[in-house]
Write a protein that binds this ligand. Structure first.
Ligand code: AMP
Length: 284
């Protein structure tokens, strides 16, 4: 069932609550692919009712980012959700979510995650991105009041920040983190892959290659973080515009001296002007 209004979805969910049903939320920006579907499938096996939100959230995009051209494929998304037995697709527009005059920093209440987690990695180039993410996720949590919410490790910094928000603000929702789904080539699925040319897609393989190579070097005994990062240079050509490559503690996003069982390798690239991110735990 497709619902666009907050009032309608609240009243539908009220009925579920009365019956004591376990409710899952899978927040997305649409243009659904197998990565999103893996979250939905897991939610279906663990909960009685599954809500998928489809909302390209304007306040998490910077002024020079791809908000306008972000792929919007609601008809196809609805079919995919139907196939998976999703109970409600919640697809509000920006006015429904934020009101007519509230899309400004001056008049909207924001949920702002701590600088320590939000200003590094993706937050360094995407100023205010995680304020926008936390604000919309908090709104979705309040509207839907799910028992469980499903997020992908694909956006590792995002899920860590959401977990922190839930903990710090005592939100009674359990966050479930799901593994990254990849193409056979190793490329992590992303709605933004749609922007890539055939050549761009080949060049994009460098992300997973660098991650796997660092993991391989670690397995051979190299733990010095600088040395591990330097192994990436041989993969880079002028086609690759590296934004960051970091090896951090997966639970705290702190820099350890040496890579260890808790390390995560995170990478962001621009290929054909398309910003792609990926990550890998250094140990399984
Ligand atoms: P998005 O629509 O890009 O905001 O993503 C919605 C959710 O799907 C987020 O929790 C993402 O981390 C997750 N997701 C996106 N791509 C993948 C993937 N390749 N594998 C697993 N989860 C993913």
């Amino acid at each position: 069932m497709l619902l666009n209004s907050i009032k309608e979805i609240k009243s539908e969910i009220k009925n579920w609550r009365v019956k004591g049903l376990k409710i899952a939320l899978v927040p997305t920006m649409g243009a659904l692919h197998e990565g999103h579907l893996s979250l939905i499938k897991k939610a279906k096996t663990e909960c009685d009712k599954v809500v998928v939100s489809v909302f390209v959230n304007p306040i998490q995009f910077g002024p020079s980012e791809d908000f306008e051209k972000y792929p919007r494929t609601l008809e196809a998304d609805l079919k995919l959700c139907d196939n998976e037995g999703v109970d409600i697709v919640f697809a509000p527009n920006a006015i429904e979510m934020y009101g007519k005059n509230k899309l400004s920093n001056d008049t909207l209440t924001y949920v702002c995650p701590p600088y320590f987690y939000a200003d590094k990695l993706c937050g360094k180039s995407r100023i205010g991105h995680f304020d926008g993410v936390c604000t919309v996720v908090m709104k979705l949590f309040n509207i839907i009041q799910p028992d469980y919410a499903y997020f992908g490790q694909k956006d590792a910094q995002q899920v860590l920040i959401i977990k922190k928000m839930v903990e710090d603000l005592n939100i009674p929702i359990e966050i479930i983190q799901c593994p990254i789904i990849r193409e056979h080539s190793g490329l992590a699925l992303s709605s933004r892959n749609k922007y890539l040319s055939e050549d761009g897609k080949k060049n994009a393989l460098v992300l997973s290659q660098i991650l796997n190579n660092i993991k391989g070097c670690y397995k051979k005994g190299i733990t010095d973080i600088q040395a591990l990062k330097e192994t990436a240079y041989s993969y880079l050509t002028e086609k690759h515009d590296l934004e960051y490559l970091e090896i951090l503690n997966k639970n705290t996003l702190e820099e350890d001296k040496n890579a260890n069982i808790n390390s995560i390798i995170l990478i962001a690239f621009r290929i054909d002007g398309v910003r792609l991110i990926d990550n890998l735990y250094i140990e399984d």
